[in-house]
Design a protein around this ligand. Sequence first.
Ligand SMILES: [Zn+2]
Ligand SMILES: [Zn+2]
Length: 287
Amino acid sequence: MLIGAHVSPAGGLAKAVERGVERGCRAIQIFNQSPRMWRPTAYGEGDFAAFRAAMADSPVEAVVIHAVYLLNCGSEDPDIRAKSLTSLTHSLRIGAAIGAAGVVLHPGSALRGDPGAAIERAGAVFGEALAESESCPLHLENTAGTGGTLGRSFEELAGLIEAGGGDGRLGLCLDSCHLLASGYDIRTAAGLEETLERCDDVVGLERLGSLHLNDSQTPLGSNRDRHANLGDGELGEEGCMAFLSEPRFEGLPVVMETPGPDKRGTSAGEVAYAFSLRERGLAARGI
Ligand SMILES: [Zn+2]
Ligand SMILES: [Zn+2]
């Protein structure tokens, strides 16, 4: 299990690796451009080479890219869909250039109207973005189910993958906070196991490519997306221990996106705490 954190690439892509090392990460997640602007950051071959060299010299084994929040591949507005396609394709190309494990994407939202139609629209954009890029997987992230967000259930995620053509590059990123908020009770090892069996039946766990570990400020089924620091929320230590010791997650990047002790993002202390929770979780399972 490659435990790590979301870090900033400010000052250059390779700086993100440095920030990951400072925090004791074995995996990092970055935005490939400013998260609230459509304009892409112009990275070149030199940036990619510096990034790959920094990774090779570090204990960080995996990087995932988080696509920016502006994207709505399921939008009714053709202009937003076109911009989303361009941006997603760009993220996938950067993912290929830096050897990312995947691009994590919030699948989209249906502001009004039929979610089925929005799922079809989003799927068409995923299919095009995959066709216009090579090799980097696309990980659809499950959502907390706020408003019309798509991907609140395994059934919706399976529908999105099918609408995207079912390509082998279409994968899943499961976020612990979003699972709990959308009604999956993963507060215990048994609850997590049951949830993953459901995921396996509906989507197939072979599609699981990355994970987000965040505690949740809001309760089971609240449909609100409010991350808490590990152990400080509704998942609690027990839920985090179960997540971090789940055998089906072995080998995958597990990225934290927590507020952090000083609200400046996941700290080195929290990454170390996650490693200790994993050890306690393994001991509780008798592993
Ligand atoms: Zn997440
Ligand atoms: Zn979230």
